[in-house]
Ligand binder design. Structure first.
Ligand code: C5P
Length: 326
């Protein structure tokens, strides 16, 4: 007879938290096309919710996923097919389990992505969904092998294969990222920080922003690589938002502004509305404003969205956590 837990079909959700780069130092481009990074990541409270359920139907050939359904305020433009990183994360777990323990007949699953994180905005929403999908698929498929999990090392190695930001969204909290951003060391951080995040209607392509920075640097225009994180680390230890505001740094900002000059106005208006500091988040176009409190963050959202057509705002705090089952 089957145990009850073997009869129950799997249906779990996981939170997938966004990130902000408090410091993004970009070094030279490498032979593999990636750039050496020195990044200080911090997770935000804002999160997508990813649900994985076992499905009765059949999946397309070569995959365990039957379908992805996308919902929520930032669903527009999110791919609902095999190009979605979360879909690939599920199959990556199945493949790694088969490589380690031998092939088994595994369930067909469906994914539901409830999007609260702006898409293509430099906040790692797609990466976070993939990290959550790794945890969910690990829990679901490991049951067939009578184990609890592939283990953290395997999950982090799969995360790095999926994308440079996926390992951090799996880990969460505050961490230093080196290599292409996937080699992580947790950092000490005190305090909580309040952010106003301003999103744009149109996304920015990450490769084109990195390429623009190379171009600017070849013309002697881009800033030289900011590889020293001592001051931002000290600010994080102090827990003082004003001190942290003085240390926010993004080497990609000049490139993002060169491709999207309209973001300059977003930064100026947000600053005038009372933010302690504003930066382009990651490769943009989302701009992140560190604020002294929630009321100021609300004022920043109000002023910027009034002044710049096509922008939307949300308020979040940090640090948040890594992708985890709920
Ligand atoms: O790793 P991920 O797929 O997120 O990277 C997307 C693109 O961003 C890469 O193809 C590359 O053009 C650029 N990138 C980079 N250096 C990094 C991370 C990303 O040049 N460290």
């Amino acid at each position: 007879m089957l145990e009850p837990e073997q009869i129950d079909s799997f249906l779990f959700s996981a939170k997938a938290h966004a990130k902000v780069n408090l410091h993004l130092g970009v070094g030279n481009s490498r032979a593999d096309g990636f750039h050496e990074l020195v990044s200080v990541f911090q997770s935000l409270d804002v999160h997508d919710t990813v649900t994985l359920s076992e499905s009765e139907g059949a999946a397309p050939r070569g995959t365990h996923v039957r379908a992805i359904n996308v919902s929520g305020p930032y669903a527009a433009g999110v791919p609902a097919d095999q190009s979605n990183l979360a879909w690939r994360a599920v199959d990556a777990v199945a493949t790694r389990l088969a490589e380690k323990f031998g092939p088994l007949e595994l369930s067909v699953v469906e994914l539901e992505l409830h999007k609260e994180i702006p898409a293509a905005g430099g906040m790692a929403g797609g990466s976070a969904d993939a990290a959550a999908a790794l945890r969910l698929a690990d829990s679901c498929f490991s049951r067939a092998y009578d184990i609890r999990s592939l283990g953290e090392d395997e999950l982090f190695s799969l995360a790095a294969d999926l994308g440079s930001d996926v390992p951090f969204t799996l880990l969460g909290g505050t961490a230093l990222g080196t290599g292409r951003g996937e080699q992580l060391t947790p950092m000490l951080a005190r305090g909580r920080y309040t952010w106003a995040l301003i999103t744009s209607k149109e996304g920015l392509s990450t490769p084109s922003v990195f390429q623009k920075l190379d171009e600017l640097r070849s013309q002697g225009k881009g800033s030289s690589p900011s590889l020293d994180t001592t001051r931002v680390s000290q600010a994080l230890i102090s827990g003082d938002p004003e001190r942290l505001a003085g240390e926010l740094k993004n080497d990609l900002q000049a490139a993002a502004l060169s491709l999207r000059p309209d973001l300059r106005k977003v930064l100026d208006v947000g600053q005038e509305a009372g933010a302690l500091a504003g930066i382009v988040s990651g490769s943009g176009p989302t701009c992140a404003f560190l604020c002294p409190d929630k009321a100021t963050a609300a004022e920043v959202v109000f002023q910027v969205t009034m002044a710049v057509p096509g922008t939307k705002g949300l308020i979040s705090s940090s640090p948040g956590s890594g992708a985890h089952l709920i």
